[in-house]
Design a protein around this ligand. Structure first.
Ligand code: RIB
Length: 289
């Protein structure tokens, strides 16, 4: 079983032909409201690919929160560990998509109510998992609590360090794999400069490199798993698809190279459609690629 602890955001997406300059007004092309949040995206990606997934997160008791609950129900993801909170609004992300690339601002809202004590309410779910998947859109204390439960119970962990903020270096000991993109990898290299942490970090990082694919360190040096060429519509959620798919593949016992190859295909398919979750593929679609 794969347990994802993380964020849910309603994505408010404006499609434009270019980014406005500071102080400039331009006309947009389209506006859409679609489900997102790195945590929920990774859970949906893993579930569509056949993973046995549990998701732990928090929504507001508001219009977006109620809409998101219906979306998760339709996806077949249990709501048992997704509690509505009354004191904060559902998290949102304002996203601008221009020329297939995105810029994102997240307002965490109810995601911030996932505290240590709230995570501990789901101790049994985490403790009985095979894999725990984390990102950095919920408070660091939530991730730390989940990591401790995982460590105590021998649960393997994938941390997607996005959006990057410095976390305690001791976390590297508690994770199995870390999936930064190139920007996050640079930030991590600046944040963790002592040689021992650097070494551990490099050993555990699988760096997502967009259209190029992903790279990781193997016995013979850096190994690159190339991405298949696809027609890109929207890159939002590609990294989340990779992380969710990686969890499924590793849970099934694939080697790290096989798992990366599977996950790169899933991420490549995800960018061919609009929205973070809109293009996340099914198992058949990945296997048919
Ligand atoms: O990784 C993409 C996601 O980042 C979006 O769905 C948005 O909600 C932000 O969390």
């Amino acid at each position: 079983m794969i347990t994802v602890v993380g964020s849910l955001n309603m994505d408010l997406v404006t499609t434009t032909t270019r980014d406005p300059e500071m102080g400039e007004t331009i006309m947009g092309v389209a506006f859409d409201t679609v489900p997102g949040g790195k945590g929920a995206n990774q859970a949906v990606a893993a579930h569509r690919l056949g993973g046995d997934v549990q998701f732990i997160g928090r929504l507001g008791d508001d219009v977006f929160g109620r809409e998101y609950r219906e979306i998760l129900k339709r996806e077949g993801i249990s709501l048992q560990n997704v509690k509505p909170v009354t004191h904060q609004k559902t998290g949102i992300a304002t996203i601008t998509v221009a020329d297939s690339n995105n810029k994102i601002i997240v307002v965490s809202g109810a995601n911030n109510s996932l505290t240590t004590s709230e995570v501990n309410k789901h101790r049994d779910v985490i403790a009985t998992s095979d894999w725990l998947v984390l990102q950095l859109e919920v408070p660091l204390e939530a991730n730390e609590a989940a990591l401790k439960i995982a460590k105590e119970n021998g649960v393997r962990v994938i941390l997607n360090p996005a959006p990057f903020q410095a976390f305690p270096k001791e976390w590297f000991d508690m994770m199995t794999w870390c999936t930064p993109n190139e920007t996050e990898m640079v930030a991590m290299q600046e944040a963790y400069s002592d040689p021992a942490t650097r070494k551990l970090m490099q050993k555990k990082c699988i760096v997502t490199r967009g259209a190029e694919g992903v790279s990781f360190l193997s016995g013979g040096g850096e190994d690159l798993v190339a991405a298949p060429a696809v027609k890109v519509v929207d890159t939002t959620g590609a990294g989340d698809t990779f992380t969710g798919a990686l969890a499924v593949a590793l849970d099934e016992g694939m080697t790290i190279r096989e798992a990366c190859s599977f996950a790169v295909k899933a991420a490549s398919l995800s960018v061919t459609k609009f929205g973070a979750q809109g293009g996340m593929p099914t198992r058949c679609e990945v296997e048919g690629m």
